[in-house]
Design a protein around this ligand. Structure first.
Ligand code: ADP
Length: 310
């Protein structure tokens, strides 16, 4: 019998102008899991957290991801026992479902002597996202598995490009309101004006170049979204105020994390990231909405298999 402990990071998808294509992983918060390779066929899932998530494998995102991996592995004589301690609050916009799916398949691959490639693991974990949101998307799973900043040039077929980036601090505020992913998708316009598209692809190219060249000024100038954010931000109270005041305090820029309600800001220096956190707290105290905040850094290693025992 073999057991591994797994740490799976929170992630930020839809990195400002990089809607559906750019994401990054965070060092905090991280989900904790324990996975055992068993001689008893099948998959058994247990949650030891307070979120009341489904434990039936086909309904749990980690289960759906593992079932896809097991099917392709093709050895019906093996099974897995998975225990999940969910730390990343579901529905926060911080990739809670992706952490479960990605963590489970990375752990399983470790127990199967790295039989699959990272790209295979993304493909399996996308089955988990389908359970959570009805569509197979990879914008949280990819940074969760690869770490750092990732670009998904194409999803069908999968074309993943891990990007190098300079060190950055990330401040996140999670206002305790519900933004349904389906609502956040439904309000988007189906058509885009050419002048907006030109601005957006200029910014995406600038952001990628800024990451690769460690150019904080270019990153900051490119952190602008003229297509999605103006519409989605109306679902998040305080958004404009947070963004404006944080940028005035020296943040490079930021936006909505995933489909919200969390909002994030990137900073070059730790003291700026901490000032940004205080600004976020002041704004939500004033509005009277409860919140959680995190100040963290970009996670460069992705899902971590922390220990194994024979
Ligand atoms: P986030 O925006 O933080 O990624 P999602 O809204 O995408 O969160 O996913 C949460 C949804 O997935 C919820 O409906 C939840 O019930 C469902 N779900 C099923 N299994 C899990 C799991 N293991 N971890 C997180 N969410 C799960």
């Amino acid at each position: 019998m073999n057991t591994v402990k797994i740490l799976a990071p929170a992630t930020i998808a839809n990195l400002v102008c990089g809607f559906d294509i750019l994401g990054l992983a965070l060092n905090h918060p991280q989900d904790e899991m324990e996975l055992t390779l068993s001689k008893e066929p099948g998959l058994r899932i247990k949650h030891i957290d307070a979120y009341n998530l489904p434990e039936e494998p086909a309904k749990n995102v980690a289960g759906a991801a593992l079932l896809a991996l097991m099917e392709e592995y093709g050895d019906a004589s093996i099974g897995f026992d998975l225990t999940i301690n969910k730390i990343i609050k579901p529905g926060s916009g911080l990739g809670s479902s992706a952490a479960s799916s990605a963590g489970a398949v990375v752990g399983a691959n470790h127990l199967l002597n790295n039989h699959f490639t990272k790209q295979d693991l993304v493909r399996f974990a996308m089955n988990g996202e389908k359970v959570a949101s009805g569509v197979k998307h990879a914008d949280n799973i990819t940074p969760c598995i690869y770490g750092g900043v990732t670009l998904i040039r194409s999803i069908f077929p999968l074309d993943i490009i891990p990007l190098s980036a300079p060190p950055m601090y990330v401040t996140v505020v999670h206002p305790q309101i519900e933004v349904k992913t389906s609502d956040a998708r439904q309000i988007l316009r189906k058509e885009v004006q050419l002048k907006d598209a030109i601005k957006q692809w200029g910014n995406i190219a600038g952001l990628v170049a800024g990451f690769l060249q460690n150019d904080y000024e270019l990153i900051s100038r490119s952190l602008e979204d003229v297509i999605i954010e103006p519409i989605r931000s109306i679902l998040i109270p305080g958004f404009d105020e947070v963004k404006q005041q944080c940028k005035e305090a020296g943040a490079l820029g930021g936006g909505i994390s995933g489909s919200g309600p969390s909002v994030f800001m990137l900073s070059k220096e730790e003291h700026t990231a901490k000032n940004v956190e205080q600004i976020m707290k002041n704004i939500y105290d004033k509005i009277g909405v409860d919140y959680h905040t995190h100040v963290t850094t970009v996670n460069t290693e992705g899902v971590k298999v922390v220990s194994s025992e024979a």
